[in-house]
Design a protein around this ligand. Structure first.
Ligand SMILES: [Zn+2]
Length: 257
């Protein structure tokens, strides 16, 4: 197969639900079209995606890069729709093989508690079930079952503070290229681990260091495991929708697949 054409987009904002000041379009740094690629080639997560694609001689279909680097209130509906429209338009126009998204994971809008889910569902509606959509997230993202079910592959930063967004972007794009080349989609498993952590808890000490170390060791040992992303901040500790099977049950199921 020739190098795939990949539609690329970034919508990145971390919403602080206690901040009542809406985040408007003017708060975002935005690039569109070819400028989006040229200005972000040396950037971190989006840059990792662009550099990896270009090194593999992929053609990128540019859309919008929109980011707000400091946390803020919910994004206004007007801003959200203005950012999203050129991305869904490009998706409707076709002429690409796959989609890669650089997302934060906990952006909320006036109307959507999980706007990343909304972004992915709208794209999925346009492109149908066969087109691969891969996304990179901050580990503070609020994952939902629907969001993950509609992505072919999702991966996140492994560290807080975050020195590894570039590596995350590179990993997301590498995986997408592999999926395009082989036609094989990875299986994802979501396990709810009962834990309460603060948003600013660091991954270098305590329980988070331990669980990240175990995940890294496991990845190292098992070549069938492609990634382990640990999202330790969720909106509600009483979430009922996630499977809370024990890790050993999940391991047993994976062995049987
Ligand atoms: Zn973060």
């Amino acid at each position: 197969m020739n190098a795939p054409m990949i539609l690329v987009a970034q919508i990145f904002q971390e919403t602080n639900g206690l901040n009542s000041v809406p985040t408007e379009l003017s708060a975002f740094q935005i690039e569109v079209g070819q400028e989006m690629i040229d200005r972000n080639r040396s950037a971190d997560s989006l840059g990792g995606m662009i550099r990896t694609a270009e090194a593999a001689r992929c053609k990128l279909v540019s859309t919008v890069a929109a980011r707000r680097t400091s946390p803020g209130g919910r994004v206004s509906n007007q801003a959200f729709e203005a950012i999203l429209a050129p991305i869904t338009n490009a998706a409707s126009n076709g002429h690409f093989d796959a989609i890669v998204l650089d997302l934060h994971g906990c952006m909320q809008t006036a109307s959507h508690d999980n706007s990343e889910e909304e972004v992915v569902l709208r794209l999925r509606d346009i492109v149908g079930p066969e087109v691969n959509i891969v996304a990179g997230f901050d580990l503070h993202g609020h994952m939902t079952t629907k969001l993950l079910q509609n992505l072919t592959f999702a991966t996140s930063y492994k560290t807080n503070p975050h020195p590894d967004p570039a590596a995350t972007g590179e990993r997301a794009m590498r995986m997408l290229l592999e999926i395009c080349a082989t036609g094989e989609r990875p299986t994802d498993v979501v396990v709810g681990v009962p834990m309460l952590t603060r948003g600013n808890d660091e991954t270098s000490s305590g329980f988070l260091a331990e669980i990240h170390r175990l995940a890294a060791e496991r990845l190292e040992r098992d070549s069938n495991l492609l990634d382990a992303s640990i999202f330790n901040v969720q909106r509600s500790s009483t979430r009922k929708t996630w499977d809370k099977r024990s890790l050993s049950t999940v391991e047993e199921e994976l062995r049987q697949r």
